[in-house]
Design a protein around this ligand. Structure first.
Ligand code: 13P
Length: 236
């Protein structure tokens, strides 16, 4: 399966930086990966992607698709910019008060509108039990058809932006646990990504883990390092 590499720019970047990233990514010949770029909403229009292996994503979506939602972004708006993927339930949004119910509503809005949610899950502290991760998955997928292939990004909160990484064996353990749990829920397949402090210096270790790709934060803003990771995975 082609590995999926997702760039979450979070609340970073500007027109100049994204124009540069788009110019460079349009020149890059992707071999065997799928790349998803998730800029802040206001910069979506800067992303005129010319490669059929590079897709546009975003970092959030409305939970209720109606017109009386000040400040929200609807699926139709995202379609206008050819957005295909949506990061849902990122821990940085959960920390602002998004709960499992709201995240489940957002997953439904995505799937009902032909958008692929990338559902973020992860324990808060390294010492936390991993049951919380399974509860997040179970809640996010409530009512979602079993023919669907869930994309889950395992992002331990303690590893995001801290430079601290789980060992490969821990990532393997959690990825296997997620896959078997999703299978127990009745889904035939799943895509499991890892995210949290992945860099050009450590990705080769992480990519040996039993995962289907990466969700990258800070390193996405440094194109040379981002593309080094893509190449390392793409050209194997
Ligand atoms: P960092 O790669 O900056 O740790 O962020 C990971 C992340 O939160 C991606 O969604």
């Amino acid at each position: 399966m082609r590995k999926l590499i997702v760039a979450n720019y979070k609340m970073n970047g500007n027109k100049k930086l994204f124009a540069d990233i788009v110019k460079k990514i349009n020149k890059y010949k992707v071999k065997d990966t799928k790349i998803v770029l998730c800029p802040p909403f206001v910069y979506l229009d800067e992303f005129k992607i010319k490669s059929n292996s590079v897709f546009l994503g975003c970092q959030d979506i409305t939970n209720i698709d109606n017109s009386k939602s000040t400040g929200q972004i609807s699926p139709n708006m995202l379609h206008e910019f050819s957005v295909k993927y949506v990061i849902v339930g990122h821990s940085e949004r959960r920390s602002l008060g998004e709960n499992d119910e709201l995240i489940n509503e957002k997953v439904h809005v995505c799937i009902n509108n032909d958008l692929m949610p990338i559902i973020c899950v992860g324990e808060k502290k390294k010492s936390d039990k991993l049951d919380a991760v399974l509860t997040q998955i179970q809640s996010a997928l409530k009512g979602i058809e079993k023919s669907y292939v869930p994309i889950i990004a395992y992002e331990p909160v303690w590893a995001i932006g801290t430079g601290k990484l789980p060992t490969v064996s821990r990532i393997n353990k959690v990825a296997d646990m997620i896959r078997s749990y999703i299978s127990d829920l009745g889904y035939k397949n799943s895509v499991v990504l890892y995210g949290g402090s992945v860099s050009a210096q450590n990705y080769d270790e992480i990519i040996n883990a039993n995962i289907d790709g990466l969700l990258l934060g800070g390193v996405s803003l440094k194109f040379d390092e981002f593309i080094e990771i893509v190449k390392g995975i793409d050209h194997v």
